[in-house]
Write a protein that binds this ligand. Structure first.
Ligand code: GLU
Length: 418
């Protein structure tokens, strides 16, 4: 990480940049820059050795004008109240840009999950689910996975909620395992929308993604799937990284083999078929056609942005560019596909999961992927139309213009209460 921009301030400046292009009053915009409420709680949990430990946790419900709050829960030592607020706001505009009927929320626990046993993580997760119970529900707030959480945690949260409520309510949470009511294609969805939006962006620029060189920062669920699907459509993934560092192969990495290597050893470093190894920072400034930041916020700040050589950036992570980096990259004519569109596949297939849960009728993987592609490509086209007709300088601002207008329409139709 190269910078410590406050993500909540980044969110607010992104909204301000879009507001210039909208005919919406400052009072209404101000409302869209702050969460409706934030739960801050301390979970006291017994560890395996019998001692107690306290964990701070948050859930921010940013805006519910378009539907129930929606968004993941992350487990990370760097979680802060402002980070969770920002991430919940990004969810509002993400759901609006792909036009799914949700507001935005986000949660997090300040924890390094690698330091705890599975049994401890289960108790911590169930403690959080118990705190969340009065605030969540299929029609109120629907959590999902995020950094360092996945099907296992979602299954525990669903079970805790259903046990306490004495009901079955699989749609209270998404990102579950298939047997617990999950959807086909959900695990791959974030990486899939990253690939789809990159493909559309290359097409928009009159370039072909087949043969394009790609660097991917972060090899977790989003990064590795994006790399794999980009390889599938003919791109050459020359570099990938994780927190241990980056690996490079001029003729392209076998993304599946790198994934297996990481699963076995815990890192991508020392992968045998790489030509070279270097730092994450060097990966971000490689001379590639497409750069995919798929780790955490603030990966590229204003200073580093001057050295970025990629033509297109697809933000698989949430908030990987600071507003300063955005300005520099716009000046350098780098096309940035904003997080709220590029990684929106995750929440879009969460929406499909929720629809399936509520209908108790389950779709094939083929149907999920087809419907996902339709929504993402339509959203991309809406963004481009707004970008061109409003003479906007970045795709990010165009995405916010589309999204904010949709939220404002819902708000104004409903009016204020009381
Ligand atoms: N955590 C993911 C995101 O940031 C997915 C959220 C969801 O599926 O609700 O978009």
């Amino acid at each position: 990480m190269t910078a410590n921009a406050n993500p909540f301030e980044s969110l607010q400046s992104q909204i301000e940049d879009a507001a210039v292009h909208l005919d919406v009053g400052d009072d209404v915009i101000d409302r869209l820059k702050h969460p409706e409420r934030v739960l801050e709680t301390n979970l006291t949990v017994e560890l395996d050795d019998g001692s107690l430990e306290r964990f701070r946790a948050y859930r921010s419900q940013f805006n519910g004008d378009r539907g129930p709050y929606k968004g993941g829960i992350r487990y990370h030592p760097g979680v802060t109240r402002d980070e969770v607020k920002a991430l919940s706001g990004w969810m509002v505009y993400k759901c609006a840009v792909v036009n799914i009927p949700y507001g935005g929320g986000k949660g997090g626990i300040v924890i390094d999950p690698r330091e705890y046993s599975q049994a401890e993580l289960e108790r911590i997760t169930r403690a959080f689910a118990t705190e969340l119970r009065p605030f969540i529900g299929e029609d109120r707030d629907i959590p999902a996975p995020d950094v360092n959480t996945g099907q296992r945690e979602m299954n525990w949260i669903k079970d805790t909620y259903e046990t306490l409520e004495n009901t079955t309510s699989p749609g209270v949470i998404t990102g579950k395992a298939i047997e617990s009511g999950g959807s086909y294609g959900r695990v791959e969805a974030t990486g899939r929308s990253t690939m789809l939006t990159a493909r559309e962006a290359f097409d928009y620029l009159g370039k072909d993604i087949a043969g394009a060189t790609v660097a991917v920062q972060g090899y977790g669920n989003a990064g590795w799937i994006a790399a794999n699907l980009l390889e599938e459509i003919g791109a050459t993934v020359v570099a990938v990284s994780d927190s241990s560092g980056a690996i490079y192969a001029e003729s392209g990495l076998d993304t599946q083999a790198v994934r297996s290597f990481k699963t076995d050893t815990g890192t991508v470093s020392d992968y045998e078929d790489a030509d070279d190894e270097f730092s994450n920072e060097e990966l971000l400034t490689l001379d590639v056609d497409l750069l995919v930041p798929a780790a955490l916020e603030n990966a590229i700040d204003e200073e580093l942005a001057h050295d970025v050589q990629a033509d297109v950036i697809a933000e698989a992570a949430n908030g990987p560019l600071t507003p300063g980096a955005d300005r520099v990259l716009a000046e350098q004519d780098v096309l940035v596909i904003p997080d709220i569109l590029a990684n929106a596949g995750g929440v879009t297939v969460s929406y499909f999961e929720w629809v399936q849960n509520r209908q108790r009728f389950y779709w094939s993987e083929e149907r999920v992927n087809e419907e996902l592609e339709t929504l993402i490509v339509d959203a991309f086209d809406d963004l481009v139309e707004t970008y061109e007709t409003h003479d906007i300088d970045t795709f990010r601002t165009a995405a916010y213009v589309v999204a904010i207008q949709r939220v404002v329409n819902a708000f104004e139709e409903g009016g204020t209460f009381p």
